[in-house]
Design a protein around this ligand. Structure first.
Ligand SMILES: C[S@@+](CC[C@H](N)C(=O)[O-])C[C@H]1O[C@@H](n2cnc3c(N)ncnc32)[C@H](O)[C@@H]1O
Length: 240
């Protein structure tokens, strides 16, 4: 069921959340910009351009995006620059990640790139300002390297914060029933499980089931380089 990438969304729903609520967001757990140096992930360096290209095709010209598990901040810095009509809100539960995200933002500033928030998907409900909502939630490479409970938490949190026409977009490796797993992903999965028994490449149907329970549906699945996939979820009540 790999889709064609002809997925451009021209308009946002008429009743998505009030932009003013976002711009006047109240106190949120965040860190200030620091002088810490940018951490670098070679994988993020390799995939940031293809991820940005996909987001540019999938998303309308303007909106508000919440990134979950921003890690080093390379995706935030690169994608915020390539989506000039968007505010990009990075987040991570790890303080050292927040420092790196802030350092990347300082090195590659974009008007829409926000101060990173401390956000652990398991700390439900997520501590964002009341009435805050987003047109997109993006999460790369968290599901396989976090406990399985993070999947349901991600789905519930995204469903609660997404505007009616909003999208949850996840990126990473997934196992698909009836499709052979690439050798690289097989050894990656074994390595993950050896490092932490709670980690591992997730089954697509199990991820989708968590999404459905939260009120989201899988709309598109795009093949990405290096045996990764981009999953696009929408609010279940909305037209595809
Ligand atoms: C492999 S890194 C991916 C970073 C970045 N998204 C990327 O693709 O390069 C996994 C990230 O998931 C974050 N993470 C782990 N558990 C999490 C949780 N419970 N809630 C939110 N993020 C979490 C980690 O702090 C880390 O930054």
């Amino acid at each position: 069921m790999f889709d064609s990438p002809n997925l451009t969304r021209q308009t946002l729903g008429s009743n998505h959340c009030d932009r003013a609520a976002w711009q006047t967001a109240g106190p949120m757990p965040s860190i200030a910009q620091t002088n810490d140096s940018c951490r670098t992930s070679p994988a993020a360096d390799r995939n940031k351009s293809v991820i940005l290209e996909a987001l540019q095709r999938l998303l309308p010209a303007n909106g508000r995006l919440l990134e979950i598990a921003s890690g080093t901040g390379q995706h935030a810095a690169h994608c915020a620059a390539g989506l000039p009509g968007w505010t990009w809100q990075p987040s991570d539960p790890d303080r050292s990640a927040l420092s790196s995200i802030a350092a990347w933002a300082a090195q590659q500033p974009s008007p829409g790139l926000q101060t990173p928030l401390m956000l652990d998907v398991l700390a439900e409900p997520w501590s964002l300002a009341p009435d805050q909502c987003f047109d997109a939630v993006f999460c790369a490479n968290m599901l396989h390297i976090a406990p399985w409970a993070c999947c349901g938490a991600l789905m519930r949190g995204a469903a609660s914060l997404l505007a009616p026409q909003g999208l949850l977009i996840t990126y990473g490796p997934y196992r698909v029933e009836g499709e052979p797993i690439a050798d690289g992903n097989l050894s990656f999965d074994a390595d993950l499980r050896a490092r932490n028994p709670q980690w591992g490449i997730r089954w697509l149907h199990e991820v989708t089931a968590q999404a459905n329970t939260a009120g989201l549906r899988l709309d598109h699945r795009l093949a990405m380089p290096a045996n990764n996939q981009l999953l696009v979820f929408a609010q279940a009540g909305q037209d595809a």
